[in-house]
Design a protein. Structure first.
Length: 429
């Protein structure tokens, strides 16, 4: 399937006339650099620590000096302000996949379809889809958060269970684990899990956003989503899942002390397990994310980012050389892999991802993180994902508080999201 993850299928999006033109045509992607020959300096903004790969690049590429600036709070407002003012704006920026659509609509990014034509073969189709919007390319994938199932292999073995391949099998495993470990929970249901829930809806082939001519289609309570919502409501009602918050001390303690026996999490989450549950080395394993239909292999993602050229840069050639190296070289991947899963096939083939990991019982987790990606499931990120994620987080907390059910909460989120798009001046069908 082509360009499915964040593809906009319309020939137009109604916001203001400027936003409409930006989505349809992108910003100019002229390839001539105004600095001419000689040494150039390009500015790179991001929230991840890029100091090591940038230092290596600067050491080995003396004619293109990269100046990295870490922006650790209010990233997108600061990016928008810098680009609007043009003074101090970066040439290159990190963008997380869910916010790509809104960043394009804001006019912050350059269309690099022509400049990136030779890069597509370096990535699995499902990964490359993450940077394609309305058949145009707006960046190069840097890292990818393949959703997987982390599970306590020792507990599963004691209970006579194997890693579930479908959601029916996962529910059945949860029922058995409640009998063998009554004080434990199969997993946490996170109050701050809007992005987590989005990935599970994606896994069920939901279609939260799309476009129809000049308007957005919004459907956060479509049938696949309601199926997921009913499933997780049942997990809560039966005591198989417990309300908590990802990344908080109580949740980490739950993973370390055996309160939670599985975690549906991203490839980059393995580092968090190792750091926060070191005493369980050898007792965790990784499996592909369960599917609704047995045999499905299409991946879905939680998190990940791309590197893009800003709409105001006049150093396209130099910037493209750097982001190509950053995202497709072994040298860069070896420096990034400690924190993230490199997105390119070259990056995913480095030794660090192909050797057994003692923490996961000698398993090669990289084989699970990278095996999928030939097929992809259609998914479009909306134009106000920060707001939508906040609505989801509030809804999930309400479900934990038992003031609503998850299916009803999704209907509310659907209405809130539609209202927010209208307040932003976007047409909604």
């Amino acid at each position: 399937m082509s360009h499915t993850a964040i593809r906009l299928r319309s020939r137009g999006l109604a916001a203001a006339a400027a936003a409409l033109a930006l989505v349809l045509t992108g910003c100019s992607s002229g390839s001539s650099d105004s600095a001419g020959s000689g040494k150039q300096t390009i500015v790179f903004w991001g929230w991840s620590d890029m100091s090591k790969p940038v230092a290596l690049w600067n050491k080995t590429h003396p004619n293109i000096h990269v100046k990295f600036q870490a922006i650790t709070s209010n990233f997108y407002p600061k990016l928008q302000a810098a680009i609007t003012g043009k003074d101090g704006a970066p040439d290159i920026t990190q963008v997380d996949y869910p916010n790509l659509t809104s960043t394009i609509i804001a006019g912050d990014l350059k269309d690099i379809t022509a400049e990136s034509a030779d890069l597509k073969p370096h990535f699995k189709p499902a990964v490359w889809d993450q940077v394609v919007v309305n058949d145009k390319v707006y960046g190069v994938p840097q890292d990818i958060g393949t959703q997987v199932l982390y599970y306590r292999s020792d507990v599963f073995k004691e209970a006579g269970l194997t890693a579930p391949k479908t959601w029916d099998e996962y529910m059945a495993a949860a029922a058995k684990l409640k009998k063998t470990h009554p004080k434990a929970y199969t997993t946490a249901f996170p109050a701050n899990g809007g992005a987590w829930l989005a990935s599970l809806a994606w896994n069920a082939k939901a279609q939260w956003f799309g476009t129809d001519k000049d308007a957005w289609k919004v459907d956060l309570d479509d049938q696949p989503t309601l199926k997921v919502a009913e499933y997780w409501q049942k997990m809560l009602d039966k005591g198989y899942a417990k309300g908590d918050q990802h990344w908080q001390p109580t949740w980490f303690k739950g993973l370390a002390k055996g309160t939670y026996l599985t975690w549906i999490g991203p490839a980059w989450g393995g580092a968090a397990l190792k750091e926060n549950a070191p005493d369980l080395s050898g007792k965790w394993a990784v499996a592909p994310l369960p599917q609704w239909t047995k045999g499905d292999t299409a991946p879905v993602y939680w998190g990940g980012s791309l590197t893009a050229l800003t709409s105001v840069t006049n150093k396209t050639d130099a910037a493209m050389k750097f982001i190509t190296w950053l995202n497709t070289s072994k040298e860069s991947a070896k420096l990034l892999v400690a924190d993230v899963l490199p997105a390119s096939d070259i990056g995913q083939g480095i030794p660090e991802l192909t050797k057994p990991d003692p923490y996961f019982g000698g398993q090669v987790p990289g084989e699970v993180f990278t095996v999928r990606g030939t097929e992809s499931t259609p998914w479009t990120w909306g134009p106000t994902m920060t707001d939508t994620t906040n609505y989801l987080n509030d809804a999930m907390q309400s479900v934990i508080n038992k003031s609503t059910t998850l299916p009803d909460a999704m209907k509310k989120v659907d209405g809130e999201t539609k209202s927010q798009l209208k307040r932003k001046g976007l047409s909604v069908r």
